[in-house]
Design a protein around this ligand. Structure first.
Ligand SMILES: [Zn+2]
Length: 647
């Protein structure tokens, strides 16, 4: 029997010149999802993150604060560590480049390259940008400004140590050629190939202490410290020497995947790869570069004051909503935009109305109809609906999810998961357990339906766990499941019906309470023009106020049945986003109940309740037609969540 490959995943180590922001959170959450998934399927996982604490900008930030660089790092480190705790990050190792063990490894590797004559000393003159800590050539510099940050550059000549990076250009190209999935996604791979079309220069890996003292001293020249990137990149292997529970550097390296932002792809794909080649260490299996987040369509910056503070977002909306949004909104690899509206929209539609609703309905119905015990299925009662639900749940867990997670396609995984959630909600709408519950003759059917709803949630709980660990725990608790998510729960395929029945459900608070936005809350305010009374000549026209007095809302039809003894009336149960209402509508000649379940319609939400054929109606649906109804007002092509105002 062969040992399974361990899964070693890293984030970049974050530079401690500032507090953590959405970009740090994004990479770390993505790595966490992968780590949790691989643990769930029984792989040995090592997930490494940490901090890059040396270099000019750290030295400058510390000087500005009037403290020693180490004290500055020690102050910032807990800000990252606390954030990871709040975001439910399950890293196995946290490395700081000021760790003594790390510094020892950096010096050992430098000495090895120096002894192999892969590092040499030379005089270098060029244009230097202090901010970016790098030299530029004459052709890069425009008007005396740094091409990267637009700050003034200065002519500087100094002796430095150089790593013979250029010597490895062809080998790197060959490696990229032979390993198409080494750099991902494809577009980023092409960028690296483009970069390698130009001659690859040697890399200065030292800084004279006269201008930078905050770094690791070169083992072969005490007048110099190590260039911060050389120091930082080494963390991916130095961390393995002292952070895992047992020394397993041999087994864990090469890393399965380095997750990085697209801005630091070159340093990883070129500097790091050639460093490893020179050191005769195998290259990582993959480097995946993700995109950047803008905020409301603009680049995030302190001067614009639009920096998304992950601490504040988590305090207000919880870690899981944030984790979900970042990975659902855009394909991993592309750029995305963070806006309050889209975030709230996802919370309300996907999390509250989708997942939260499915759990709460199921638990409530089991409590109401089955004394709170998850019932068993009766084979004689299993119809196509149940078979379809079971097949969808099994294929999500056994095929779709492993396929997409392995390809680092988070949004696809979540789309598939939400497909099952939608199917689950539709299943409850179609089977209408509250109707079945009215007749004891339906007991077996009712039990079968509620078993299938609960079983769907048991599968969903596992699918949700890597993305939303807190939510999965709470789902398991409400479903009465004794899941220990630290165990490899998906190591062996889970089967439909091998758990759940007999569990006692526990009604808990809503997983994701709907967020009421100011627009949805405020009563319609009179439009300025509307305050002018209509003149006699305009008697047939109404002011905007008259229209605004009618509260029109999007609603979803959850259930429908005919009103007994009426050919025209249907009794509908509709989801209004915040509540469920019963509406009696005269649409029974045009539609049969099964035609309209699941449709998104428009209702008058502030109509006084009335009784039609003795059945209470709490609103009115909008339909076309005078004497005879010809069609309902519906939304076909767009996914609009219930409760949305119609105006
Ligand atoms: Zn610059």
């Amino acid at each position: 029997m062969t040992m399974p490959e361990p899964f070693y995943i890293t984030t970049p180590i974050y530079y401690v010149n500032d507090v953590p922001h959405i970009g740090h959170a994004y990479t770390t959450i993505a790595a966490d999802v992968l780590a949790r998934w691989h643990r769930l399927i029984g792989e040995k996982v090592f997930f490494l993150t940490g901090l890059d604490e040396h270099g000019q900008k750290v030295q400058q930030a510390a000087a500005k604060a009037g403290i020693a660089p180490q004290a500055h790092c020690d102050q910032l480190a807990p800000q990252f560590q606390t954030l990871w705790q709040k975001l439910a990050i399950s890293h196995d190792g946290f490395i700081r480049t000021t760790d003594a063990q790390h510094q020892t490894v950096v010096q050992r590797l430098l000495q090895k390259l120096y002894d192999a004559q892969l590092i040499y000393r030379a005089e270098y003159t060029g244009w230097y940008c202090t901010f970016d800590e790098r030299f530029w050539t004459e052709k890069d510099v425009d008007n005396g400004l740094c091409p990267d940050c637009q700050r003034p550059v200065e002519q500087l000549g100094e002796n430095n140590y150089f790593f013979r990076m250029g010597q490895f250009q062809q080998r790197l190209l060959d490696h990229l050629e032979a390993n198409p999935s080494f750099i991902r996604p494809e577009s980023r791979r092409n960028e690296v190939l483009g970069f390698l079309q130009k001659p690859l220069e040697d890399l200065s890996i030292s800084r004279p202490k006269s201008r930078l003292s905050w770094g690791i001293e070169l083992p072969f020249d005490a007048d110099y410290v190590t260039y911060v990137w050389f120091d930082a990149l080494v963390n991916y292997i130095s961390g393995l020497e002292y952070l895992p529970p047992q020394p397993s550097v041999e087994r864990l390296w090469p890393a399965t995947v380095h997750l990085v932002g697209k801005d630091i792809l070159t340093t990883h794909a070129v500097y790091w790869s050639t460093m490893l080649m020179a050191l005769e260490i195998p290259l990582p299996h993959a480097i995946f570069a993700h995109g950047w987040w803008t905020v409301n369509g603009e680049k995030m910056s302190k001067s614009r004051g639009n920096v998304v503070d992950p601490y504040a977002v988590v305090d207000q909306f919880g870690a899981d909503a944030f984790r979900y949004f970042l990975l659902r909104e855009i394909p991993f690899g592309q750029d995305g935009d963070f806006s309050h509206e889209s975030f709230i929209g996802r919370i309300n539609s996907d999390l509250a109305n989708g997942l939260g609703n499915l759990l709460s309905r199921t638990v409530t119905l089991i409590q109401r109809c089955c004394q709170g015990i998850v019932p068993s299925s009766h084979p004689s009662e299993v119809t196509e609906l149940e078979t379809e639900l079971q097949a969808a749940a099994e294929s999500l867990i056994q095929e779709t999810m492993p396929h997409h997670v392995r390809r680092i396609e988070f949004n696809r995984t979540l789309e598939a998961t939400w497909g099952l959630i939608q199917l689950g909600n539709q299943y409850i709408d179609k089977t209408a357990p509250w109707v079945l519950a009215k007749d004891p003759a339906n007991a077996k059917r009712l039990q079968t339906v509620l078993f299938h709803a609960a079983e769907t949630l048991r599968f969903l709980c596992l699918a949700a766990y890597p993305f939303m660990p807190n939510t999965a725990e709470e789902m398991a608790r409400q479903l009465g499941l004794s899941h220990d998510f630290s165990q490899a729960l998906l190591k062996n395929p889970i089967a439909w019906g091998d758990g759940g029945s007999g569990a006692t459900v526990v009604k808990g608070k809503a997983l994701f309470p709907r967020i009421e936005t100011p627009a949805a809350q405020s009563p319609a305010k009179p439009h300025p023009e509307a305050s002018t009374p209509a003149s006699k000549d305009e008697d047939d026209l109404i002011g905007i106020q008259d229209f605004q007095n009618v509260e029109l809302k999007v609603a979803k039809i959850l259930a429908a049945e005919r009103v007994p003894k009426s050919s025209k009336l249907l009794k509908l149960q509709v989801d209004l986003g915040t509540e469920q209402r019963q509406i009696v509508a005269g649409i029974g000649k045009k539609y049969s109940p099964e035609d309209i379940i699941g449709k998104t319609i428009v209702v008058v939400a502030n109509l006084k309740p009335a009784k039609l054929m003795g059945v209470e109606s709490q609103g009115m649906v909008l339909a076309a037609g005078d004497q005879e109804v010809q069609g309902l007002v519906t939304f076909e092509d767009v996914d609009i969540h219930p409760g949305t105002k119609v105006k």
